[in-house]
Design a protein. Structure first.
Length: 478
């Protein structure tokens, strides 16, 4: 079998560090608790329900790439190690789509399940992805098996081999020989950026995961190459070394749970949140709040009581245990006003130049007054312009859960698209028919976003379609 560890050579003067920065030096990840306010006020009719999408990144550090969860068999209890893959724009300096796709292929086929870390070198790397642990102990005949490998992949160097980064192992003298084996950098391994064509860094350990990795790296390392008749296992980390007896002679007896094992590996889907959520209402008699199975906030307005309640959302990160908390108002019912006209209002809204920080854009009315809480009334027609002909962060709007655009009944006219938002003197008109109004209020909703930066995205509050329209300018409702 191939020993894909020999080409990873320690630099002569390795650096020491106990800090764990993100594995890309060009991306700064925001931590839980530092997310700007992203929830907006909501208005409901009596007996109306609505599901509110939790803003992306609320409760944990900002993540752009796919995330894989590895369940590790630590001695006390299984612990999770989360790895972000560099397969999407904004996740790293160099996007490593082919390598990430290869890693996910092994993950989805279950080939990393019951695998183990077979090499650990202090202050250098800890490596896995090459072997699965046996079902029985050494004295019972248990021997590691090699993981079935697919074709080799093309090298994708460019990201630095710094502490906490995850990279592919390969054969010496062959940059394009990586298959299943990978390693986590335990130090700033600058030499690996150029050695053997450069080692492909395709991901990073998230949150406080390096604390778990350090625990793994501090385990007992034994020269088990001759023991297993496999030189790839000559720096084998074990949780403990058990001693058994064979023909009256004491001998090391490696058991299945002694290996540093990946019990299972799974790619997280859209429903797999990186935080746990709790929600409460200051006045459940007006509106109740709960978290549904899709990790959305379910609001249910009272049948006959009107008023305002504050909804508090608490998120606890699964990555590092930190907590974030935000609140927003829900108004149930409305004061009735005499209608001056049944004709739909046509409202002009101006969008500023935008920012990478939440809430990403500020909105202004036709008189230049900033709108503090943007709430779209689907009964009205809107024209969106760029404030002062702003040319940065092209802006657009689409229906929630429909990234490519909208469902039926939402009409656009003018410039821009879901791929290329408006900027400069461009503008677009937006209107809704009856079916769209009902869908937006009860099922989906709207979002605004930058077509150049996917992280610049937020939900737009929707006013109840069946309430009397609020005259524009008298309240922070649009």
């Amino acid at each position: 079998m191939d020993n894909r560890t020999e080409s990873i050579k320690r630099s002569k003067t390795p650096k020491t560090t106990k800090t764990y920065p993100c594995a890309t030096d060009t991306i700064t990840k925001s931590k839980a608790g530092s997310v700007a306010k992203t929830f907006q006020a909501v208005q409901l009719n009596n007996n109306q329900s609505r599901a509110i999408k939790i803003p992306k990144g609320f409760g944990h550090e900002a993540i752009e790439g796919s995330v894989v969860e590895l369940s590790i068999n630590t001695p006390e209890e299984n612990s999770s190690l989360f790895i972000e893959l560099y397969d999407k724009q904004g996740s790293a300096k160099t996007i490593t789509k082919k390598t990430a796709k290869n890693f996910l292929k092994y993950t989805k086929k279950g080939l990393y399940d019951d695998s183990f870390f077979h090499r650990s070198v202090d202050n250098f790397v800890i490596q896995g992805g090459g072997f699965t642990r046996p079902d029985s102990s050494f004295l019972e005949g248990g021997r590691p098996d090699s993981i079935k490998t697919f074709s080799t992949i093309k090298n994708e160097p460019g990201n630095p081999n710094i502490t906490g980064s995850v990279a592919m192992a390969k054969l010496g003298g062959d940059p394009n020989s990586a298959t299943s084996q990978w390693f986590i950098n335990l130090a700033e391994n600058d030499s690996l950026d150029s050695q053997n064509g450069g080692f492909t860094v395709f991901g990073a350990v998230l949150g406080e995961g390096m604390n778990l990795v350090e625990t793994m790296a501090s385990s007992v390392v034994v020269p088990a190459g001759q023991y297993f008749q496999n030189p790839a296992l000559n720096e084998l980390p074990l949780w403990q070394v058990n001693v058994g007896s064979q023909n009256g002679v004491e001998i090391a007896d490696v058991r299945p749970d002694d290996y540093l094992s990946v019990i299972d590996a799974n790619k997280l889907g859209k429903k797999d949140a990186l935080a746990t959520y709790e929600v409460s209402s200051s006045d459940p008699a007006v509106v109740s709040a709960s978290i549904n199975k899709k990790n959305k906030i379910k609001l249910k307005a009272s049948n006959n009581k009107s008023g305002k309640a504050e909804i508090t959302v608490k998120a606890t990160s699964r990555l590092d245990g930190t907590s974030s908390q935000e609140s927003f108002d829900v108004i149930v019912g409305s004061q009735r006003r005499a209608r001056t006209s049944n004709k739909r209002q046509s409202i002009d809204l101006f969008v500023d130049k935008g920012s990478l920080d939440s809430p990403f854009y500020n909105f202004y009315d036709s008189e230049g007054k900033q709108i503090q809480d943007l709430i779209i009334n689907p009964r009205h027609k809107y024209t969106f312009h760029r404030l002062d002909d702003a040319s940065t962060h092209p802006f657009y709007i689409s229906e929630l859960d429909r990234p490519g655009g909208t469902g039926t009944g939402i009409k656009y006219r003018g410039d821009g698209s879901a791929d290329n938002g408006i900027k400069g003197v461009e503008s677009f008109k937006l209107r809704f028919n009856k079916s769209a109004r009902e869908r937006l209020v009860n099922d989906t909703g709207l979002r605004y976003f930058c077509t150049s930066h996917p992280t610049m995205e937020a939900e737009i509050a929707i006013k109840g379609a069946n309430t009397d329209p609020t005259p524009f300018g008298t309240e922070p409702l649009v």
